[in-house]
Write a protein that binds this ligand. Structure first.
Ligand SMILES: [Zn+2]
Length: 168
């Protein structure tokens, strides 16, 4: 699961406003890839809660204590994890943000522990980035030093009490 790949190994399954769901023949995974270019800090798309659940599933994003939402628009569920993510689910403002400049057909990925505190299952990451953490768990189980390198939701920050340097 989770990996980068060449465009030739992909088949577009569905196209949506800002991104397409593509099937990656190498990783055998569905991925979300940008239809437009985005600049770092851009709002890619607002999102809202379909259902709010008290337990996480593989489709939900955590928005609070015992609060896990299914994503609307639904295609956002295909946002895979990466240890070098391109997007961030801002669950305070309910917008998907670009963390860096994103090119057309670049994969939209997020850092799983940026929203998830406790995870029912951990997983091995094959994102292929040089900084890959290999083994991904909820933020509660990751080291503060590692988490400090990532943008995290206000909820996660409130739980792990990271003091970050202010950005200029
Ligand atoms: Zn990784």
């Amino acid at each position: 699961m989770h990996g980068s790949s060449t465009l030739g190994a992909q088949k577009i399954l569905t196209t949506h406003s800002v991104a397409s769901v593509v099937y990656n023949n190498i990783s055998k995974q569905k991925e979300l890839r940008a239809n437009n270019r985005f600049k770092a800090g851009d709002i890619i798309i607002p999102f809202s809660a379909g259902e709010t659940l008290i337990e996480p599933t593989y489709l939900t994003v955590q928005t609070g204590e015992n609060e896990h939402i299914t994503l609307v628009p639904e295609f956002l569920q295909y946002t895979n994890h990466s240890c070098r993510p391109t997007v961030f689910f801002d669950t305070t403002n309910m917008v998907l943000l670009a963390l860096r400049d994103i090119e057309i057909m670049e994969e939209l990925t997020f850092f799983y522990p940026s929203t998830e505190l406790n995870m029912s299952d951990s997983f091995d990451c094959f994102c292929g980035e040089s900084e890959c953490l290999t083994h991904i768990k909820g933020a509660a189980f990751m080291s503060i030093d590692i988490l400090a390198k990532y943008r995290l939701t206000d909820f996660i920050n409130s739980k792990i009490h990271i003091k970050k340097q202010p950005k200029d």
